[in-house]
Design a protein around this ligand. Structure first.
Ligand code: PEP
Ligand code: MN
Length: 359
């Protein structure tokens, strides 16, 4: 059950609802949006509905019973599809947003070169992992805070806001102090304390689908973030495990329209981690855009043969023009505009929202 507060409701009105629910043995999570406050309830919902008379409490505009186990992220709760802004760059139903960059931050030179490649590929956001969740404990685990500093320098130089992964709840505040959007990877999709921590971090979150997760489990994971007051969530389909071993994972293309019908959140696709092969990234990108994804996130690297992580799937210089052309020319066919990259000068001014360059 979700309690929707009226636009003019006060903090005390919301606190009143929370106290009532808590006194009845339930829990209430307050989510303060730009135009209204929403309170998600958990516990014995049927009893609360029968005894608490929430609809007539001061400041309450509506009490909504939502039939699905994810509430705040569902389209039953919000019919219009959401636009999430990452450092001023929109991700949502009218735009196609390309995110590109290296799998891992390795050196300042490699990260800057990758950011320039990202711009050439039509990207408006830069990806790059400073904390890498590797299946093998012997594999490169990322540069940690030194990697975050490199990303911040490259953002200042290129104007591209940064998307970077966080793997531990204890690092959330640190990563959020550098990142424009935090990424929760496939291996952590059901790390509930991490989801709750990013729910309180005040920055947008990209939630990758667990490699063996159903769409419903994915949306319930997003709900953990939303329940802590953060509805700035972008879902990312990155391929799932199937019996097929010709590709690294199987891109579940139908997950895009299914998730978009169930949730108001934007859904993007990672063709790099899906196929795991450079030659599949462009075909899978075309498929993702055609099926209606709100964006794609793509690995690039200036010298993939020396990459410390996922070199075989990274696009190289000669692929970039085609990716940019695919994104630019397919977008209008699916009713979208390719999101332009912010201008570097705007990002160089501290605290400034990057201006979006025309064209
Ligand atoms: C990544 O994007 O760098 C990554 C590790 O992806 P995934 O969590 O999808 O494997
Ligand atoms: Mn990777």
């Amino acid at each position: 059950m979700v309690v929707v507060m009226a636009a003019e409701a006060t903090e005390e009105d919301a606190d009143g609802v929370v106290s009532l629910v808590r006194a009845a043995g339930g829990e209430a999570f307050v989510s303060r949006g730009e135009s209204r406050t929403i309170i998600g309830l958990s516990g014995d919902i049927d009893r609360f509905a029968a005894t608490l008379n929430l609809a007539s409490q001061p400041g309450v505009s509506d009490v909504v019973r939502i039939s699905v186990p994810y509430k705040l992220v569902s389209r039953e709760h919000r019919r219009e599809r959401s636009v999430i802004r990452v450092g001023g760059v929109p991700i949502g139903p009218d735009t196609l947003t390309v995110i590109a960059g290296p799998c891992a931050v390795e050196t300042p030179e490699q990260t800057l070169a990758s950011a320039r490649m990202a711009r050439a590929a039509g990207a408006s956001l830069l990806r790059g992992g400073a904390y890498k969740p590797r299946s093998s404990p012997y594999a490169f685990q990322g540069l940690g805070e030194a990697g975050l500093k490199i990303l911040a320098d490259v953002r200042a130089e290129t104007g591209l806001p940064i998307v970077t992964e966080v793997v531990s709840s204890s690092d959330v505040d640190l990563v959020a102090s550098y990142a424009d959007m935090l990424q929760v990877g496939t291996r952590n999709m059901q790390n509930f304390p991490l989801l709750q921590a990013v729910g309180g971090c005040g920055k947008p979150v990209m939630l990758k689908r667990g490699m063996s997760a159903t769409i419903e489990e994915w949306l319930m994971a997003a709900e953990y973030i939303a329940q802590r007051g953060n509805l700035d969530i972008v879902l990312c389909e990155r391929g799932i495990r199937t019996f097929e071993n010709a590709t690294r994972n199987t891109l579940d293309i139908s997950a895009v329209p299914v998730a978009q019908r169930l949730s108001h959140l934007p859904v993007i696709v990672d063709p790099s981690h899906s196929g795991g092969r450079r030659d599949l990234v462009l075909p899978l990108s075309r498929a993702a855009i055609a099926v209606g994804a709100d964006g794609i996130i793509v690995d690039v690297h200036p010298s993939p043969e020396t990459a410390l992580c996922d070199g075989p799937q990274a696009l190289i210089d000669t692929d970039l023009r085609e990716l940019a052309s695919v994104a630019l020319h397919l977008s209008p066919l699916v009713g979208r505009t390719l999101t332009p990259a912010p201008t570097p000068s705007a990002a160089a001014q501290p605290g400034a929202e990057p201006a979006l360059a025309a064209g």
